[in-house]
Design a protein around this ligand. Structure first.
Ligand code: AMP
Length: 271
């Protein structure tokens, strides 16, 4: 595994390859990331993982500061996984150049997480656009756990006619149902139990509303989640996963999207 902190050296190296499979991350690696990496390694291209905690996608400084980081442990894990390249850029490496493409932000970026985290998706698309211009990956592996992010990146790629292909990867969960997330590292054991109870409650709810949509009574559900230990609920909505529009009935394939807090830790998922 070769480690790069500078895009010029990285570009020189990857020019020699027949293409790159790219797995962007913010570190604090877990089973979700590992699954993306393993899928990437099955492709015919070299696997490049990036670790960059992108300040521009955090709408609160405190959230950026408390984001779990564990670079030594991450490097050890990536070596074990035998990836080809690890890119750990500095802020300047990413933001110190003019991009060819302008970010395209689909209007659905104003919904769900976009409503509650001002500037978040602008920040995500900005950094992804830059990574794409530096690496020119053939494939980009993204997790469905962050489905709105995945959807918006796909829209940007289509609109700007970028050649990279997005590979959508399924959400990996802990044994207690909770989606693996770097943010889980900031949860205590009892808080993890709350997250697990909330997951099972919502999974069960989804089954019920599939049969009878009138059971989707948002205020009642929010009260229930509060009882289970959620401190603040940002949203809880059913979206068609193709059109990414809020559903009116359960005829089409949809997921229940939710974001809530346990104390200061914000968790998102979709089931
Ligand atoms: P992050 O480091 O949180 O920015 O995530 C990097 C990539 O890993 C994104 O494409 C995420 O959607 C994906 N990812 C995060 N958690 C999971 C998970 N539990 N299962 C699958 N993919 C995930």
């Amino acid at each position: 595994m070769k480690i790069f902190k500078d895009k010029n050296a990285l570009q020189k190296e990857i020019l020699k390859t027949k293409g790159i499979s790219f797995v962007p991350t913010m570190g604090g690696l877990h089973k979700g990331h590992i699954s993306l990496i393993k899928q990437s390694k099955k492709s015919k291209f070299k696997t490049l993982v990036s670790i960059f905690v992108n300040p521009k996608q955090f709408n609160k400084k405190s959230d950026f500061r408390s984001y779990p980081r564990n670079i030594k442990k991450d490097i050890k894990l990536l070596k074990k996984l035998k990836i080809d390249y690890l890119y750990i850029p500095t802020f300047k490496d990413i933001y110190g150049f003019r991009t060819k493409n302008k970010v395209f932000l689909d209007k659905s970026s104003k919904e769900l997480c976009g409503k509650f985290r001002k500037g978040h998706f602008e920040g995500v698309l900005n950094v992804v656009n830059r990574f794409i211009e530096i690496i020119k990956p053939r494939y980009i592996f993204l997790g469905k756990k962050d489905y709105q992010q995945l959807y918006l990146i796909k829209k940007h790629i289509k609109k700007r006619e970028i050649k990279s292909k997005i590979i959508e990867c399924k959400t990996i969960r802990e044994n207690n149902g909770v989606a693996c997330s770097s943010r889980n590292l900031n949860l205590s054991r009892s808080q993890m139990k709350i997250a697990s109870n909330i997951f099972y409650y919502l999974r069960n709810l989804k089954k019920k509303i599939k049969k009878n949509y009138s059971l989707f009574k948002i205020n009642k559900i929010k009260k229930e989640l509060t009882k289970l230990g959620a401190n603040k609920i940002d949203y809880l909505e059913n979206y068609n996963i193709k059109s990414f529009k809020k559903i009116k009935n359960t005829n089409k394939k949809y997921n229940l999207f939710f974001a809530y807090y346990i104390k200061k830790v914000r968790l998102i998922d979709n089931i």
